[in-house]
Design a protein around this ligand. Structure first.
Ligand SMILES: Nc1ncnc2c1ncn2[C@@H]1O[C@H](COP(=O)(O)OP(=O)(O)OP(=O)(O)O)[C@@H](O)[C@H]1O
Length: 457
């Protein structure tokens, strides 16, 4: 796409992105000395009267509402080739989609964003407009003197409340769209936006959008420790029956505000959600060649055959029950995911399904072992694990073997059972962080894995 020099008096700087109907450019208003974003209707749509009118309508609504929580439109004009363009506030910090792409957000940040998004949608509802396409990529972020601010954007599907009760074409984005909105001819009202707010909330909290309706898994099942009122609010907003949803964006936002006032809200993201390695799947056959697995000898538990898996950097070997070794990833991990400083380190994940290692609903079984960056002070388990993915208190043990000292914790009430350990090398500076997920109550597996874990020369 060729970059134009000017749109009217605005000097084009670079392309920001293209959607289904329009292209957005960063430009500079030399007269007022300020950056602006310019949205230009795509050439192929500019001659479609209905699309052309909807574009003009989007600009008018944003101009009329003129709110701090919505993208502001400063100007609307038409290019010589008849494509209309609108001049908007430039959101210089990307969108909420960029934030959630990195994983679930700390609860305080998620609730702040939800309050601001809810305020933006409330402004629209008061103006008599249904947005119909609330989703993380349509919520932009702007830096402001007091921090970051939300701007609800993209009213390309917006509809006036008065017209919405009649025949309405299905429009919106699957995953964020209420059941009634996905039915062509569906009778919709402001509660379709409440559903989408619930879907955005779900994603901010769990790191992924909700499944298609009916949604049966409350976010608290994926991220234990949420205030019950938040779980209730999100599930109410995602109700298939709109009569059970908060009645509009204002009612939704008021409930978010009340939850924000709850004393002692957890602020950090649970460690097991932060630590979401993007494991590459490797077929078991490839694994054999790549990471050199051999059956270990004598010490295996009765009925359970262990194999050795070596990390691809050749720094250590970990012992894993053969039955779990369907897939592996052995070329390292990012300790940053546990909140530690330092770059990529040798690491191994061997599991029945590496893609489901962090799946809170149905995690796979297996073993993860990763070297921690060297530092003067070796972290303990309390530093690595600041909240737990399992109910109940873990069994805590210390470790003292010929090779390792350290700590072990095991949670028995999880399915699968979960154990974690830090292993400090008795004769060197190395520390390994270890996780074991096992399907049943077989005791001793964690010790067996630790026994078979050794540093290579
Ligand atoms: N005011 C703005 N400031 C900064 N970036 C913007 C602004 N408005 C839109 N963008 C960016 O421009 C890109 C295109 O936006 P646009 O609204 O046309 O489409 P979209 O939301 O990506 O897709 P669709 O409309 O098809 O859902 C997006 O990446 C969006 O983040």
């Amino acid at each position: 796409m060729a970059q134009p020099d000017m749109f009217g008096r605005y000097r084009v700087i670079r392309h920001l992105g293209s959607g289904a109907f329009a292209t957005v450019w960063l430009a500079h208003d030399d007269r007022l000395d300020t950056p602006v974003a310019i949205k230009v209707l795509a050439e192929n749509w500019a001659r479609r009267m209905d699309v052309h009118q909807r574009f003009m309508e989007e600009a008018r609504i944003l101009r009329q509402t003129d709110s701090n929580w919505l993208v502001r439109v400063h100007d609307l004009d038409v290019l010589p080739d008849e494509r209309p363009y609108m001049v908007m506030t430039y959101a210089d910090q990307g969108s909420v989609a960029d934030l959630v792409a990195k994983g679930p957000l700390p609860l305080d940040e998620a609730l702040r964003l939800l309050t601001e998004i809810g305020q933006g949608v409330t402004v629209l509802h008061r103006h008599g407009t249904i947005h119909r396409d609330i989703k993380p990529s349509n919520v932009l972020l702007l830096s402001s003197p007091v921090g970051q601010r939300v701007l609800v954007a993209d009213l390309g599907f917006a509809k006036s409340i008065d017209q919405a009760s009649g025949f309405t074409a299905a429009a919106g984005t699957p995953g964020y769209m209420s059941p009634e909105q996905s039915v062509p001819g569906g009778d919709i009202d402001v509660r379709v936006d409440v559903y989408s707010l619930g879907a955005v909330a779900y994603e901010l909290i769990t790191g992924r959008p909700p499944p298609s309706p009916p949604v049966r898994t409350p976010p608290g099942r994926i991220r234990p420790g949420l205030p019950p009122a938040l779980d209730e609010l999100i599930m109410a907003a995602l109700s298939t029956d709109r009569a059970n949803r908060p009645r509009d964006a204002q009612a939704f936002t008021d409930r978010v505000r009340a939850i924000r006032m709850t004393p002692g809200l957890p602020t950090s993201v649970p460690w097991w959600m932060r630590h979401r390695p993007k494991w590459v799947r490797t077929a078991a056959a490839v694994l054999t060649a790549a990471v050199l697995m051999t059956t270990t000898g004598a010490a295996a538990l009765p009925g359970l055959r262990f194999i050795d898996v070596r990390d691809l950097n050749g720094r250590f070997v970990v012992a894993v029950p053969h039955a779990w070794a369907h897939e592996a990833h052995a070329d390292g991990w990012e300790p940053r995911e546990l909140g530690l400083l330092g770059g990529r380190q040798p690491g191994v994940l061997v599991s029945t399904d590496t893609g489901r290692w962090r799946d809170a609903e149905s995690p796979s079984y297996g073993v993860f072992a990763g070297l921690l960056p060297r530092s003067a002070e070796q972290p303990g388990l309390d530093q690595l694990i600041d909240s737990v993915p399992c109910p109940g208190e873990p069994v805590r043990r210390t470790l003292d073997t010929a090779r390792w000292t350290g700590e072990i914790r095991e949670w028995d009430e999880c399915a699968p059972r979960f154990g974690a350990a830090v292993l400090h090398a008795r004769h060197g500076p190395e520390t390994i962080y270890l996780e074991v997920r096992q399907p049943d109550q077989r005791p001793g597996i964690v010790d067996q894995v630790i026994d078979g874990t050794r540093l290579l020369e």
